[in-house]
Design a binder for this molecule. Structure first.
Ligand code: ADP
Length: 476
C-alpha cells in the first residue's frame, strides 16, 4: 500500500506487484505499484503539511520521534522476521538492524532540540548579526534494499526532527519492511502529510517526479553510484539540495605487527555481514607478506565453517543474495579472477543442495593472489567474496588503497599508534575502522568521499543536511 496524507491507499493505476523471499523464491506479499501521479499527490500533501509541522516546537516533534522509537523497539521481533523473509539476512542480524534503525529515532528525538543558531560579531557598531537554521522543506528520499529498515529511519528521523516533511520511495525488493516502518510512524501520531511512502516496481518515473517537482527542496538517495550520479545531475538542474550515499570499495589493510588470527576473525565478520551486500563491505584485503599465510589459513577456516541458508533457521550466518543478477555478478567476478590466476581457497560456486537452489545462494569464498587485472580488484562485488592481496610496504599499500574513485569505508589492523594515525589521516575515505570492524552508530557521521557520495547521515551532521542557514542583519 501507499501511505499518502496520513492514509493507506492503493495505487491510482490499481496495479500491484509481488514481493518474493530471496531464500525460497516464494511470494510473500503483494504491494500497490505507485505511479508518478501518486508521487505528485504525496509531494502536494507533504508541501501542505510543511507549514504546520515546521512550526511545531522542537519539543513536540521530539515527542513524536520518541514514540516512534518506543514502538519500533516493541515491534522489533516482528520487524526482524519480516526483514529476514523479505531481504534474507539471518534473524540475529535483522534484530541488530532494527535496533540500529530505532536508534536514529532516539538520537534525532534529542538532536531536534539542539538546532542552535549563532549571534556573530558585526562590522558596524549599529549592526547585529544573527544566524538561524530552518528546515529546507519537502524532502524526496530513495532508499535501497540491503538495509531495508535502517536506511529509511536514517533519512526520515533527521528530516522530521529538522521540521521537514518527506516523500520516500523504497527499493522494489523490500517494500514490506518500508510499510512497517511507516506503520510505526503513523502509530506514533505523525500528522497527515508529514511522511509519505510510495512503493513501486518501476522507480524511474517516481525518481523523475522527485527531482523535478518544484515543491521538493532536497533529494536524499542511498544506492548505486550509477543511479545516484544520474539523479544528482537531474536534481542539480532543478537546484535541489542533495545528499548521496553511494557505492564503496573498502580496503582492509593488515600490517605486519597485527595479530593475523585476530585480523582474520574481523575480516570474516565484516566481509560476510549481510552476505557482503553492504556499501562498507571490505572489497580488497591487503595483507602484509610476512603474515599472509597465517592470515589466509585462519580466514579460510572461519569462512569454510560458515553455514548458508534460510536466515530464520538457527546457526545460519550467510543468507541469500538478493536476486539472480546479483548472483551472476558474483559468480562472474570469481570466474574472471580464477581465470586470471587467483587461487580459490574456499567456496567459489553457487549453492544448490538441500533446497538452496530455490534461492540465490553463493558459497562464502576466499581468493588469494588477486591482481589489478581482475574485475574484482576494482569493481564493487556486493557478495560473499574476500579477495586477498599481499603487500610489502606502507606507502605502497596506502597508494593502492586510495587508487579508486570510491571513498566510503576503510579498515586498518595494526598495534602501532603512529602508523594507525598516519593511516587515519592518509586514507581518502569517510569512515576508517582502526582494529574496528563496526565504526557505525546513530551518533556517528556516516558517508563517503569522492564518488561514494555527498553529505553525511547520522550524528549531528545528519540533521544539518535538512537545514538551511539564514543570516539576519539588524541595524539598531
Ligand atoms: P542496487 O543496484 O543496489 O539495487 P540501485 O541504485 O539500483 O542499487 O537502487 C537503489 C535505489 O534506487 C532503489 O530504491 C531503486 O529503486 C532506486 N532506483 C533505481 N533506478 C532508479 C531510477 N532510474 N530513478 C530513481 N530511482 C532509482
Amino acid at each position: 500500500m501507499l501511505y499518502i496524507d496520513g492514509e493507506w491507499r492503493g495505487a491510482r493505476s490499481g496495479r500491484s506487484f509481488e514481493v518474493t523471499n530471496p531464500a525460497t523464491g516464494e511470494p510473500i506479499g503483494d504491494v500497490a505499484d505507485g505511479t508518478r501521479e501518486d508521487a505528485a499527490a504525496a509531494i502536494s500533501a507533504a508541501a501542505e503539511a510543511f507549514a504546520a509541522w515546521s512550526q511545531l516546537t522542537a519539543f513536540e516533534r521530539s515527542d513524536t520521534l520518541h514514540r516512534a522509537y518506543t514502538l519500533m523497539m516493541e515491534r522489533r521481533e516482528a520487524l526482524a522476521r519480516l526483514m529476514t523473509e523479505e531481504q534474507g539476512k539471518p534473524l540475529r542480524a535483522a534484530r541488530n538492524e532494527v535496533q540500529y534503525a530505532a536508534d536514529f529515532f532516539l538520537w534525532y528525538a534529542e538532536e531536534a532540540k539542539r538546532v542552535y543558531g549563532d549571534v556573530l560579531p558585526a562590522p558596524r557598531p549599529d549592526q547585529r548579526f544573527m544566524v538561524l537554521h530552518q528546515p529546507v522543506g519537502v524532502v524526496g528520499a530513495i532508499t535501497p534494499w540491503n538495509y531495508p529498515v535502517s536506511m529509511i529511519t536514517r533519512k526520515v528521523a533527521p528530516a522530521l526532527a529538522a521540521g521537514c516533511t518527506i516523500v520516500l520511495k523504497p527499493a522494489e525488493q523490500t517494500p514490506l519492511c518500508a510499510m512497517e516502518v511507516f506503520n510505526v510512524i503513523h502509530d506514533a501520531g505523525i500528522p497527515a502529510g508529514v511522511a509519505n511512502l510510495i512503493p513501486t516496481a518501476d522507480p524511474a518515473p517516481i525518481g523523475e517526479e522527485l527531482v523535478s517537482n518544484p515543491h521538493v527542496a532536497k533529494i536524499t538517495f542511498t544506492g548505486s553510484t550509477e543511479v545516484g550520479t544520474m539523479l544528482a545531475g537531474r536534481a542539480a538542474a532543478n537546484m535541489k539540495r542533495l545528499s548521496l550515499e553511494l557505492g564503496g570499495h573498502a580496503p582492509f589493510i593488515v600490517f605486519s605487527d597485527a595479530d593475523p588470527v585476530y585480523a582474520a576473525k574481523g575480516a570474516s565478520l565484516v566481509k560476510f555481514l549481510n552476505t557482503g551486500q553492504a556499501c562498507i563491505s571490505p572489497n580488497r584485503m591487503y595483507v602484509h607478506r610476512s603474515i599472509a599465510a597465517e592470515f589466509l589459513t585462519a580466514l579460510e577456516t572461519r569462512v569454510g565453517g560458515m553455514r548458508a541458508g534460510n536466515g530464520l533457521e538457527d546457526g545460519i550466518s550467510i543468507g541469500p543474495l538478493v536476486d539472480a543478477p546479483s548472483l551472476e555478478k558474483v559468480d562472474r567476478q570469481v570466474k574472471d579472477a580464477v581465470a586470471k590466476g587467483a587461487q580459490l581457497r574456499t567456496g567459489g560456486s553457487r549453492l544448490t543442495s538441500n533446497g538452496l537452489d530455490r534461492g540465490f545462494f553463493y558459497s562464502p569464498t576466499v581468493l588469494s593472489g588477486v591482481t589489478p587485472e581482475m574485475e574484482i580488484y576494482s569493481n564493487e562485488t556486493f557478495g560473499p567474496v574476500a579477495p586477498v592481496i599481499e603487500f610489502e610496504d606502507e606507502q605502497e599499500v596506502l597508494s593502492l588503497a586510495n587508487d579508486t574513485h570510491y571513498g566510503l569505508a576503510a579498515y586498518v589492523y595494526t598495534e602501532d599508534l603512529r602508523l594507525a594515525m598516519r593511516m587515519f589521516e592518509g586514507l581518502d575515505y569517510g569512515i576508517i575502522g582502526i582494529n574496528d570492524i563496526n565504526p557505525t552508530a546513530a551518533a556517528a557521521p556516516f558517508g563517503g568521499m569522492k564518488h561514494s557520495g555527498i553529505g553525511r547521515e547520522g550524528g549531528r551532521e545528519g540533521i544539518a543536511e535538512y537545514l538551511e542557514t539564514k543570516l539576519g542583519g539588524f541595524s539598531i
